[in-house]
Design a protein around this ligand. Structure first.
Ligand SMILES: Nc1ncnc2c1ncn2[C@@H]1O[C@H](COP(=O)(O)OP(=O)(O)O)[C@@H](O)[C@H]1O
Ligand SMILES: [Mg+2]
Length: 379
């Protein structure tokens, strides 16, 4: 099913129904066929059964936090399978579908002595020369014209994020993509100082992500044919809630109880506003509102900002936390709106969202000045 159905997006559901109907071993009713793996002892088993508990001891950088979910777990499994077969995966999905999270999670779970990685974020200015510098920086001369990562036995994975971003040249090709294709097809690069010298690369692999709604939209099929294509969809509402609740709760556990109890409400309220904006045609990007790109990153930013609060500043003051939440929503959403009608609609969503908090009066939450910063100490 991964070979045929992985590249589908919305059609995954009808594929799954068809697949379930032809499977000799009966699938459980719930969910799609992709939600299950085959366990020889019990038959189809849900990926949820394999999800590791959330490791709270992340290294402090918000962008490095990964909450294990069924999605990260099964993609880790698939990546592992592909790495052993030395075949790359190309993850395709719009912004904020967790593509980079999947790969980061995979790299953090493997032994760097066996699988090393080099991330390369592509942008419209990345050209083949810049890419080659990064590629060469991770390989050493082994013998003659052979190059590979050190120490021997390690496989190096180049992770190219946003691979379709480089701009098209006048021949409608993207030079970094041609370079990767050349490496995959012929296993070699040319020494740029002396073009007659070939450098053969060993034990290197490529894996990539792309957003089909940005950059050049497509990439050359001569490159994409080397990859297994997996499409990523936005996670379901409940899964998103669990992800952000775990991150937020981990921080708010240290707060006094009235504040700690706010966690699920903060997540629900953010979710309400986020969904209202995401589903509203008024907030879709148009020619004059081209920057109206609202996606999961906004949700992530709000949670990130809520993590800046220190317990000692909010003792017995849950209203302070709710006000801070409203402030963060303003900074993430309100500040980007350019029409009064949009601002009003947004305020409507926010008023709807604060119903989650029950007891607090609207006037108290939005009372001006509504300002929170991370560098002014409150006494
Ligand atoms: N399992 C997860 N654990 C933690 N955060 C996640 C998870 N899945 C998605 N996210 C959140 O989704 C946001 C977007 O993910 P990202 O990988 O940057 O998307 P993409 O690369 O597809 O644009 C991140 O900011 C992150 O907070
Ligand atoms: Mg990304």
């Amino acid at each position: 099913m991964w070979a045929f159905g992985a590249s589908l997006d919305e059609d995954k559901l009808s594929f799954s129904n068809g697949w379930k109907s032809i499977s000799k071993i009966k699938f459980p009713e719930q969910g799609m066929c992709f939600d299950y793996f085959f366990d020889v002892e019990v038959g189809w088993s849900h990926w949820d059964n394999k999800v590791a508990p959330f490791d709270k001891s992340y290294d402090g950088l918000y962008s490095n936090i990964v909450v294990p979910t069924a999605e990260t777990t099964r993609q880790k499994f698939l990546l592992d399978l592909h790495v052993r077969a030395k075949k790359g995966i190309l993850y395709v999905g719009t912004a904020g579908t967790g593509k980079s999270v999947i790969i980061r999670n995979y790299f953090s779970s493997v032994d760097p002595e066996v699988i090393a990685n080099q991330s390369i974020s592509m942008n419209s200015y990345t050209d083949s020369a810049a890419l080659q510098v990064v590629i060469e920086s991770r390989v050493d001369k082994l013998s003659g014209s052979n190059y590979g990562p050190q120490p021997a036995g390690v496989t190096l994975i180049y992770f190219m994020d946003d691979i379709n971003m480089p701009k098209l040249d006048k021949y409608f090709t993207q030079s970094p993509i041609c370079l990767v294709r050349q490496i995959l097809d012929y296993g070699l690069i040319y020494n740029r100082d002396k073009l007659s010298v070939q450098m053969y690369l060993h034990d290197v692999m490529f894996t990539a992500c792309m957003n089909p709604k940005s950059g050049s939209f497509n990439i050359d099929i001569r490159l994409s044919r080397h990859f297994t294509l997996i499409s990523c969809l936005t996670a379901e509402r409940e899964i998103l809630k669990t992800i952000y609740f775990q991150i937020l709760n981990n921080h708010y556990e240290t707060f006094d109880k009235v504040n700690a109890d706010l966690c699920p409400k903060l997540i629900n309220a953010t979710m309400n506003v986020f969904l209202a904006i995401a589903n509203s045609a008024q907030f879709a990007p148009t020619a004059i509102k081209f920057h109206y790109q609202f996606n999961l990153r906004d949700f992530a930013r709000i949670v990130q900002n809520l993590l800046l609060a220190m317990p000692q500043h909010y003792k017995g003051n849950p209203l302070g936390i709710v006000r801070m939440w409203a402030h963060e929503c303003h900074r993430v959403w309100h500040d980007r709106l350019i029409f009064d009608a949009d601002r009003e609609a947004y305020m409507g969503f926010l008023r709807n969202g604060i119903k989650e908090f029950g007891d607090f009066k609207e006037e108290a939450i939005f009372e001006e000045p509504l300002l929170y910063t991370s560098y002014v100490a409150m006494s």
